[in-house]
Design a protein around this ligand. Sequence first.
Ligand SMILES: [Zn+2]
Ligand SMILES: [Zn+2]
Length: 121
Amino acid sequence: MKEKNQIYKCPVCGYLLSEISSEIPDHCPGCLSGIHETDAEGEVCGGMLEPVGIWVKGDESFEIIQRCRLCGEMTSVEMTEKDSRIKVLSIASKPLSSPPFPVERLEELTRIMGGSGELPK
Ligand SMILES: [Zn+2]
Ligand SMILES: [Zn+2]
């Protein structure tokens, strides 16, 4: 388990989060990247989770879709208030003509999301 009140430093962009109230974020508010600690089967990975898209689950609910650079697994994390809106927008506005992930994996994604929500069109 992660210790509470420890300072979070993003290994990707160096974003420093010094005011941790209760918990370490599961992704960096600055670049929206994270560390893939364990994969779906519970194996330790340690790869970098790269933000590849924004998942709109409902009116008020957004999730960041991340893909692990090491193992290619896709996951999603809930967006937080601290997240950089500029970064979020830049990811959300990526041209859909060049999807950041293979189209054939959309089905898998839908499964991860529990079949709810739609990809932004
Ligand atoms: Zn970062
Ligand atoms: Zn991984």
